[in-house]
Design a protein around this ligand. Structure first.
Ligand SMILES: CC(C)(COP(=O)(O)OP(=O)(O)OC[C@H]1O[C@@H](n2cnc3c(N)ncnc32)[C@H](O)[C@@H]1OP(=O)(O)O)[C@@H](O)C(=O)NCCC(=O)NCCS
Length: 166
């Protein structure tokens, strides 16, 4: 199966929302993506295509750390259409996302998700860097794409208000 990962193009927002709705079985994550886009906070948006159809998506947005705006970036929401899960498309999206971060010279990436899934990409519990997100515990993870990027950062992480439905 040939999979193409590339940056979102104009007119693809509905297909992207559909992937999130199908993957999560609800509209919340699609609404987060739409809100980020509408508020200019969708700093990067990558899609996975199989035979010209969008089957996966991942969003990149700014996060505030310990009161410092734009101190890091968040990976997510991430979704792969249920018909295409378990075939490595999620991994391709995460790899491309991290590569994108390096090109953009982002330092630190945080993610809220299954430790067993993100650990394989190098994410570790964010508390090792002194970073916390509400009561997320081990599900809140971080990765220094630029070594040492977390130095001097600590405290509570705040996602963009779009994640709270704003
Ligand atoms: C999570 C998700 C993006 C992974 O995409 P994918 O294309 O299926 O991922 P890959 O094929 O690269 O990897 C599959 C791996 O994901 C793991 N995975 C999927 N869902 C998981 C879960 N709920 N908990 C832990 N691991 C999970 C599988 O166990 C599998 O592991 P393996 O490689 O050891 O067999 C996709 O399953 C999805 O969209 N799920 C619903 C939405 C969601 O939960 N998004 C992520 C929020 S953190």
């Amino acid at each position: 199966m040939k999979v193409l990962i590339r940056v979102e193009e104009p007119g693809e927002d509905e297909a992207i929302s559909e992937v999130h709705i199908r993957a999560f079985g609800r509209t919340a994550e699609a609404e987060v993506v739409e809100s980020l886009r509408g508020r200019g906070a969708l700093l990067a948006s990558l899609v996975a295509l199989v035979r010209d159809r969008i089957v996966g998506h991942v969003a990149l947005s700014p996060v505030e750390v310990g009161g410092m705006p734009r101190a890091a970036v968040a990976l997510g929401p991430l979704a792969v259409d249920p018909d295409y899960q378990g075939r490595g498309i999620g991994a391709l999206l995460v790899d491309a996302f991290l590569q994108h971060c390096r090109v953009r010279d982002e330092g630190l990436v945080v993610v809220l998700g299954y430790p067993g899934y993100y650990g394989r990409f190098g994410f570790v519990p964010a508390e090792r860097f002194g970073l916390h997100y509400r009561d997320a515990g081990e599900a809140f993870q971080a990765l220094e794409v630029r070594p040492g990027a977390a130095e001097g950062l600590a405290g509570e992480v705040h996602y963009h208000p779009a994640f709270d439905g704003a």
